[in-house]
Design a protein around this ligand. Structure first.
Ligand SMILES: [Zn+2]
Length: 245
């Protein structure tokens, strides 16, 4: 067994109380583009105003027209070995929860239960007037039938994907719960995040200040590599297939 796999498993077994923090890099192997990767970036291909709050409020039809192209890809995406490994570690009692910057809902789809979505989820839609939630699947089937923009069935308010758009604040509750989780964990496993953007970059700092172990699994360098206990520069799905978790 490769040394880094062995070290990683030993650390998990020893702490038995880890938290995971995931970014776009965990979902690229599921076919969801990382919007920061040059050339393949999702946002490079579209007008950013479509996913800004002001642009959306001005013209929600625009967003749903774009979603008619992007939604089928997202809806068909399946979790990979990385997502499934986290779900199994939680089941085993070694992982207390997953904090994610992703809006793709793949952790929940893989079976993880304690998931904090810092940027919300595109699998849900919320009415901006009465706060009723709807599954994106149902709303998109109405859009495909020609209802654009789709409106709330209760109050005819505007329906917005429950993901954080540009110009919108992060929801407080998942962030506060994430801080609690990291404060009470003996290890933080960062997966597929470059840790460059606040406030998420504060989580490894918090873990280190509490004396927790830090593991970073990411293809590119991060500002925390020197302070981490284990750094694994590999594709997440490939790495977890080798761990046998
Ligand atoms: Zn409503």
């Amino acid at each position: 067994m490769e040394t880094e796999v062995k070290l990683f498993l030993e650390l998990l077994e020893e702490t038995k109380s880890a938290a995971a923090f995931t970014g776009a890099g965990i979902s690229t192997e599921s076919g969801i583009p990382d919007y920061r990767s040059p050339g393949t970036g999702m946002w490079e291909k579209m007008d950013q105003s479509v996913v800004s709050l002001s642009g959306f409020l001005r013209n929600p039809e625009n967003y749903y027209s774009y979603a008619m192209e992007s939604y089928p890809v997202r809806a068909a995406a399946e979790p990979n070995a990385g997502h499934y490994a986290l779900a199994r570690l939680e089941e085993r009692g070694w992982l207390k929860g997953v904090i994610t910057q992703n809006v793709d809902g793949l952790h929940t789809k893989a079976g993880s239960e304690n998931v904090f979505e810092l940027h919300g989820s595109v699998r849900r839609v919320v009415c901006l007037q009465c706060r009723e939630y709807y599954p994106m699947e149902d709303v998109m089937s109405r859009v495909f039938e020609g209802e654009n923009p789709p409106l709330c069935s209760r109050c005819e308010g505007i329906l917005k994907p429950d993901a954080v758009f540009f110009g919108e604040a992060l929801p407080e509750e998942p962030w506060e719960k994430s801080i609690d989780l990291v404060s009470n964990s003996e290890a933080l496993i960062v997966m597929g995040s470059s840790l460059l953007v606040a406030p998420a970059s504060g989580l490894p700092r918090l873990a280190l200040s509490k004396g927790a172990a830090l593991v970073i699994i990411n293809l590119m360098e991060t500002p925390f590599d020197d302070e981490a206990d284990i750094v694994i520069r590999r594709k997440i799905g490939e790495f977890f297939e080798e761990t046998g978790i």
